[in-house]
Design a protein around this ligand. Structure first.
Ligand code: ZN
Length: 141
């Protein structure tokens, strides 16, 4: 059982919350230009990170507000809780400056303007955050 610290309400039991999936999945910049495969990538393909993973949560029986949470998928440790639309903290829970492609920075549900385009090259995973490209321990054995 997780004890989740809602940014508005404080620490509450996990049962008060609903999981909302991976955070920082930006809406396509040019949705009319996507083919079916690119749409499928946007709609259904998510990272399966072992370790620090940014995810969305809804405090459904409390303030009914969405927020982001950085959680270790191995230990279930909550590394950070931060508002929607703000950059993903690093694995230590600190906010980091955006230096990469920005593909993980935009939160399409709140900004909608800084969303990177999903081009044909993104299918291979060029827009995924670095943490997801690291093979889990033992994956190659
Ligand atoms: Zn709340």
């Amino acid at each position: 059982m997780l004890l989740i610290s809602c940014p508005n309400c404080g620490s509450r039991d996990e049962t008060e919350f609903h999981y909302g999936g991976q955070a920082h999945v930006a809406y396509p910049e040019n949705p009319d230009e996507l083919n079916d495969r690119e749409w499928a990538e946007f709609l259904f393909y998510r990272d399966n990170t072992k370790g620090a993973f940014a995810e969305r949560w809804l405090h459904s029986t409390g303030c009914r507000q969405w927020f982001n949470m950085l959680r270790d998928t191995v230990t279930y440790d909550i590394l950070a809780v931060y508002p929607m639309g703000t950059p993903r903290p690093d694995a230590a829970g600190r906010l980091t400056a955006e230096t990469g492609t920005g593909s993980t920075a935009a939160d399409s549900t709140t900004t909608g303007t800084a969303a990177p385009s999903i081009s044909g090259t993104s299918i291979s995973g060029t827009s995924t955050p670095p943490a997801s490209t690291i093979a889990p321990e033992g994956a190659t054995k």
